[in-house]
Design a protein around this ligand. Structure first.
Ligand code: 26Q
Length: 802
């Protein structure tokens, strides 16, 4: 066990070594870096040992391929998982240094857009904490997701220079670099032994260098690896570039994360990025497997590869390429192994978000991939003839017209396809991927998302954690299902009071942050009503806003209206090219400006749009939330994960029956969640019957008309263009996401929230019931299900740290 004294000694030595100064004189930045080095040195032994144990035990390992990872800050979570959080806090305290100040200087590692990337990082934490042999494989972007600022209410994007002060957690492993080939011409040549081998001409070779970060398990001595690849120009290729510009394109391959979280169509660089981490990752897996000296047909007993959404779907043809071209396997064996090794998760049902690449691009960027995809496609059709009708085969082909359909490639090339919540997985089977479900029913399954309780409760909300520890003991930290024990206290006034006080403390902290960053003063006694997620039409931030406008108009008409004071809090980034989403941001900001400064409202309503929503900000907002807004149009949100984080922190959910909200309702019961709106079946019925008319609602409902008119009649200043654009989307273009249809139902649900909050005892009880049932949504449980049902991997027995 590491002592406080040892830590201080090492920390001082590192500060001395790096900066030639004393701890007392160091800045938080200098302390952070040196503390990081100190901690890394502590877990390095475990890291090495974990790796060796996996090899000695010949453990099957999973490689989680994801083009996004969103770990946020790592200092406190590493300390917690090493069991050193309190020791280090005290050690620094002895020198009058606040750990929080040191932790605050760490830059968020934001190599992801939102839910999908954060899920990948929660899984990394849980895999290590459950002692499961799981590695991450992704891209080391030089710039993470853009930083968001508001200027005159408009979103402005700034580069995220997260590597500016270096990255203390990573290890660059030059010796494990591999080459990745692009472009040129490929043709097949017969060898003396009759085998066909690809000959490459004029291709471009890039070097992929791995940067490894230790993923520390929760107090179990396990450290797994997240491997992110960065691009370099190999020395051998230096002379090949005609111009600096030409060279720059390749050098910049891993420079930036694409900031679109749905569809960024047809970008050459994006395709090159996808192939980059896929090829590098699979090469390094096969290099490792060869060292084990085992026969090829055992590959699927040692290796599982997970395709996180379709972005890494080239894993399928790339593994085929290596097995065929470099390991000389025949097609049948290579294919059999590939399908056994691969599994795929789908994260969306939005048709426009299903990835497809134009053939000409694949031919240009990754010609050998295209050849192999053609052959997979040809054999797929052949194998299905005489079994299934032609039209079904045609609809499920990988290559259709001018495009390669990546989801089709991932499904055909893997043994498992899963959705991320029950409802979503059912919709995949019955609608979106129905054709594939007919062909491969056994491949489809559900794995409901989960979250890392340790980060979202213990680290983000120490106050609540402490109340839980003192009420139900500490076992929930390892066993989230034990949160259930809290149910026994649902009528215990003392516990309820303590929970309420913990919430209050966090609300005061958030209020302080809000005042410091925006100048807006908010009342911690008010209901904190939170919607935090990417800005998307289907997530319906606009529905939330329309309700706020309604409250505002109601209050103007009747200043005595008896409503609980409410603060509406938003956090959301819009993809830079998503004009409509940006217009919604502008309008929310202008409505905020209007209402926050209208004295007639007497602080009954406040709107706060916090800029630059990211993991760190989430850790400040979520513990302070009273109400969780999960109001997407039913059927559109695959799962959602902020719904789980907010519930865990005692917020009460107002929700449509979409994604994991359905399972949250099942867990807490109808009385402890506020459900409204169309069901998924009703939404589909509208599509079927084509009988929705938003204009009819607008003309017949004077309240709705009055609210919508504020968008275009000058009531809200400075939104000429945007107000009109949004108005038109609702009326001229028939309200694609049925906001008007759900509006009255939403308002009723909001009234219920108001009434429930008035009955403070009841509110506190509902909040407790939500916390007690949040253990259902632990990522630990989720990864264990993946491990058992899909990857067939087993935990390494947890050993106590010495
Ligand atoms: C695709 C092509 C080109 C460029 C970008 C993309 C792209 C990038 C990111 C497409 C999609 C994403 C991210 C999707 C995402 O975050 N989906 C969310 O995944 C969560 C975890 O499963 C779910 O909880 C959310 O419901 C889902 O929206």
């Amino acid at each position: 066990m590491v002592t406080k004294k040892q830590i201080v000694k090492e920390l001082k030595r590192n500060i001395q070594q790096s900066y030639a100064m004393e701890l007392e004189d160091a800045t938080p930045q200098e302390i952070f870096y040196s503390l990081g080095k100190t901690i890394k040195a502590i877990y390095n032994q475990d890291w090495q040992k974990t790796w060796k144990d996996y090899i000695i035990e010949e453990q099957k390992q999973v490689y989680y391929f994801s083009i996004e990872f969103l770990p946020g800050k790592m200092l406190k979570s590493n300390l917690l998982n090493l069991g050193l959080l309190e020791i280090v806090r005290e050690a620094l305290n002895d020198y009058n240094i606040d750990l929080e100040d040191v932790a605050a200087v760490e830059k968020d590692m934001a190599l992801g857009n939102g839910g999908l990337g954060r899920l990948a990082s929660c899984f990394m934490d849980s895999l290590a904490s459950c002692g499961l042999p799981g590695n991450g494989n992704g891209i080391r972007y030089d710039y993470g997701l853009f930083k968001q600022q508001f200027v005159d209410g408009y979103q402005v994007e700034l580069p995220d220079e997260w590597l500016q002060d270096g990255n203390v957690w990573e290890i660059r492993r030059e010796s494990k670099a591999v080459n990745v080939h692009y472009g040129g011409k490929v043709y097949m040549e017969k060898q003396a032994n009759g085998q066909l081998k690809p000959i490459y001409e004029n291709e471009i070779v890039l070097k992929a260098v791995p940067y490894d970060t230790g993923m520390v398990g929760y107090q179990n001595g396990i450290v797994n690896t997240m491997r992110l690849w960065g691009v370099e120009i190999p020395v051998s290729q230096e002379g090949k570039y005609r111009t600096i510009e030409e060279r720059r394109v390749f050098e910049d391959l891993t420079a930036v994360l694409y900031p679109d979280d749905s569809n960024e169509t047809g970008r050459l660089i994006r395709l090159a990025q996808e192939y980059f981490f896929v090829s590098a990752g699979i090469q390094s897996i096969i290099r490792y497997y060869r060292k084990l000296n085992r026969p090829w047909h055992d590959l699927s007993e040692k290796v599982a590869i997970h395709i996180n959404d379709t972005h890494p779907a080239l894993c399928v043809p790339e593994l085929m390429r290596i097995l065929l071209d470099e390991c000389d396997l025949n097609w049948e064996l290579a294919w059999d192994l590939t399908v056994k090794v691969m599994s795929y998760t789908n994260h969306t049902i939005l048709a426009e978000a299903l990835e497809k690449w134009p053939i000409y691009l694949l031919e240009r960027v990754v010609p050998r991939m295209y050849q192999i995809i053609q052959e997979i496609d040809r054999r797929y059709v052949l194998s299905m003839q005489n079994i299934h009708p032609n039209d079904l085969i045609e609809r499920t082909r990988i290559i259709q017209g001018e495009y390669v359909h990546m989801a089709n490639l991932a499904i055909i090339g893997s043994h498992s396809t899963n959705g991320v919540a029950k409802l979503h997985s059912d919709l995949l089977k019955s609608v979106v991927l129905h054709d594939f479900y007919i062909i491969y029913p056994e491949r489809f399954n559900n794995k409901t998302n989960g979250i890392a309780q340790r980060r979202w409760l213990q680290i983000a909300n120490e106050e609540l954690s402490q109340v839980l520890d003192e009420t139900i003991g500490k076992t929930w930290r390892k066993d989230p299902a034990d949160l259930k024990l809290l149910i026994n206290y649902q009528d215990d006034e003392a516990v309820l009071k303590r929970l309420f006080e913990a919430k209050k403390t966090k609300k005061i902290a958030l209020a302080q942050y809000v005042e410091e960053t925006t100048g807006i003063v908010i009342n911690p006694e008010a209901i904190f009503d939170v919607q935090i997620k990417r800005l998307h039409a289907y997530k319906r931030q606009l529905l939330n806003l329309l309700h706020i406008i309604k409250l505002y108009l109601d209050l103007l008409e009747n200043p005595k209206l008896d409503i609980e004071p409410r603060v509406f809090i938003f956090g959301a980034k819009a993809a830079p090219s998503y004009t409509y989403a940006k217009s919604i941001i502008k309008v929310i900001n202008e409505v905020a400006q209007l209402i926050n400064h209208d004295e007639r409202i007497q602080d009954k309503l406040k709107i706060v749009f916090l800029a630059n929503y990211n993991v760190t900000l989430a850790e400040i907002i979520i513990p302070a939330a009273d109400v969780s807004e999960q109001i997407s149009l039913a059927s559109k949100e695959a799962s959602g994960t902020s719904n789980m984080k907010l519930m865990l922190n005692g917020a009460i959910t107002i929700a449509t029956l979409d994604g994991a909200n359905v399972e949250i309702r099942d867990a807490v019961g109808d009385d402890n969640i506020d459900i409204f709106g169309l069901t998924e079946a009703e939404v589909y019925a509208y599509y079927e019957n084509k009988n929705y008319s938003s204009n009819q609602i607008y003309e017949n409902d004077p309240v709705i008309k009055r609210i919508l008119d504020t968008l275009i009649d000058g009531t809200i200043p400075n939104i000429g263009k945007e107000g009109r654009e949004i108005f038109d989307s609702l009326i001229l273009y028939n309200d694609e996401y049925f906001l008007l249809r759900d509006f009255n139902s939403y308002c009723e649900a909001q009234t219920k929230i108001d009434l429930a909050y008035k009955d403070r005892k009841r509110w506190e009880k509902i909040s407790l019931i939500n916390i007690a049932n949040a253990g259902h949504f632990s990522a630990d449980t989720t990864v264990k299900q993946y491990a058992e049902d899909i990857w067939q991997i087993e935990p390494l027995f947890a050993r106590k740290r010495k």
